[in-house]
Design a protein around this ligand. Structure first.
Ligand code: KIV
Length: 323
C-alpha cells in the first residue's frame, strides 16, 4: 500500500506494543461520530465490523446479509473521520470465500473506495490462501479465528470454540497459519482464556481478544454493546460501560412531550427580525394586497397560507435574541 497519511498510527507499532506488553485497544465503529469518539479516546484500531448487520442495519442474530456496498459505505464514513487509528474494513460473507482472486478484488475495493487501512476476514484453513494473496498484493490483513459469526450455523450457533483439546490445537494451528500467511494481527473470538493465552504466546503478531480472557495482546468490543445501545441478550463477554439506550429513550420521550405540550421550542430557540423589517413585511401582506390577488385569480406567494396576514387575535411574532 501507499504511505499512510500523516498522523496515522504506523502498523508496525502494534507489534512493538506486543513486545512492550502494552495492551492494544480496538473498538468497532460504523459512522463518523463513532470514529471521532474512538479516536478521541485514543484507541489504536477501529474495526468497521460486519456486526453492522445486527447493530445498525436491523438484521437479527446474523451478520451474513450485509453486502460489500453497505460495508464500503460504512467504512468510508469511518475512514473520513478517523485520522490516527488504523481503520480495518471487515470483509462481509460472500466477498472472499469464492476464490483468492475475488477476495483480492474486494480487499482492493475496501482500500481504494473506502479508505480502509487494512481488512479483516474470518477463518483459517482454506482462507489462509486468501490472506496470503491479499498480503502479497500489499494490503494489511487481520485474521479472525474461534467463533466466526459468518459460519455460526455450521459451528452450531454463537458458541465458544476450542473447548476440547483437539479443537484448541486446531485453533492454535489456524492462528499460526494466518501469521505465516502474513496477517498483522489475529482476532480470537469466544475461545477459552487458556487457549487464547497460548495462541498469544506462540504468535509474534498481536492477538486481539473478544471473549478470550485477559491474556491476549489487545481487546475489542462492539461499540453498541459497550455503550449500552444494544438491547436484549448480550454475550457473557460484553461489559457495558454506559446505558445510552436508556438515555436516548428518555431524551426522545421528553422531546415528544415538550413538542406536544408546546414547551418546545421556547423563545431561546426562535429567530427574531428587525422591527422595521417586520413592519414592512406585515404591510406587504396587507389584506388589500391579498384580496386584489385573489380577484385577479392569480395564485402568488402573498396569497399562500404561510404569508397570509395573521388574524388580529393571533400573537405577534416573538422577538428573540439572534443566533
Ligand atoms: O464484526 C465485528 O464486529 C467483529 C468483532 C466482533 C471482532 O468481527
Amino acid at each position: 500500500m501507499s504511505t499512510p497519511p500523516k498522523g496515522k498510527l504506523p502498523l508496525p507499532e502494534l507489534a512493538a506494543m506486543k513486545q512492550r506488553g502494552d495492551k492494544i485497544v480496538m473498538v468497532t465503529a460504523y459512522d463518523a461520530p463513532g470514529a471521532r469518539f474512538a479516536e478521541d479516546a485514543g484507541v489504536e484500531i477501529i474495526l468497521v465490523g460486519d456486526t453492522a448487520a445486527m447493530v445498525v442495519l436491523g438484521y437479527e442474530g446474523t451478520t451474513v446479509p450485509v453486502t460489500m456496498d453497505e460495508m464500503l459505505f460504512l467504512t468510508r464514513t469511518v475512514s473520513r473521520s478517523a485520522r490516527r487509528p488504523i481503520v480495518v474494513g471487515d470483509m462481509p460473507f460472500g466477498s472472499f470465500q469464492v476464490s483468492d482472486e475475488k477476495a483480492l478484488e474486494n480487499a482492493i475495493r475496501f482500500v481504494k473506495e473506502a479508505g480502509a487501512d487494512a481488512i479483516k476476514l474470518e477463518g483459517a484453513g482454506p482462507m489462509v490462501s486468501r490472506v496470503k494473496t491479499i498480503v502479497d498484493a500489499g494490503i494489511a490483513v487481520m485474521g479472525h479465528v474461534g467463533l466466526t459469526p459468518q459460519s455460526a450455523t455450521k459451528l452450531g450457533g454463537f458458541k465458544t470454540q476450542g473447548k476440547t483439546a483437539r479443537a484448541a490445537a486446531e485453533l492454535v494451528e489456524g492462528a499460526l497459519a494466518l501469521e505465516e500467511a502474513g496477517a498483522f494481527s489475529v482476532v480470537l473470538e469466544a475461545v477459552p482464556a487458556p487457549v487464547a493465552a497460548e495462541i498469544t504466546r506462540q504468535l509474534t503478531v498481536p492477538t486481539i481478544g473478544i471473549g478470550a480472557g485477559p491474556d491476549t495482546d489487545g481487546q475489542v468490543l462492539v461499540y453498541h454493546d459497550l455503550l449500552g445501545l444494544s438491547e436484549g441478550h448480550l454475550p457473557r463477554f460484553v461489559k457495558r460501560y454506559a446505558n445510552l439506550s436508556r438515555e436516548i429513550r428518555d431524551a426522545l420521550e421528553h422531546y415528544a412531550e415538550e413538542v406536544r405540550d408546546g414547551t418546545f421550542p421556547g423563545d431561546e430557540h426562535a429567530y427574531a427580525m428587525p422591527e422595521e423589517e417586520l413592519e414592512l413585511f406585515r404591510s406587504s401582506i396587507s389584506p388589500s394586497a391579498t384580496s386584489a390577488n385573489a380577484q385577479a385569480n392569480e395564485p402568488t406567494m402573498s396569497s399562500s397560507k404561510s404569508l397570509s396576514p395573521a388574524p388580529a387575535s393571533e400573537p405577534p411574532l416573538r422577538k428573540t435574541s439572534s443566533p
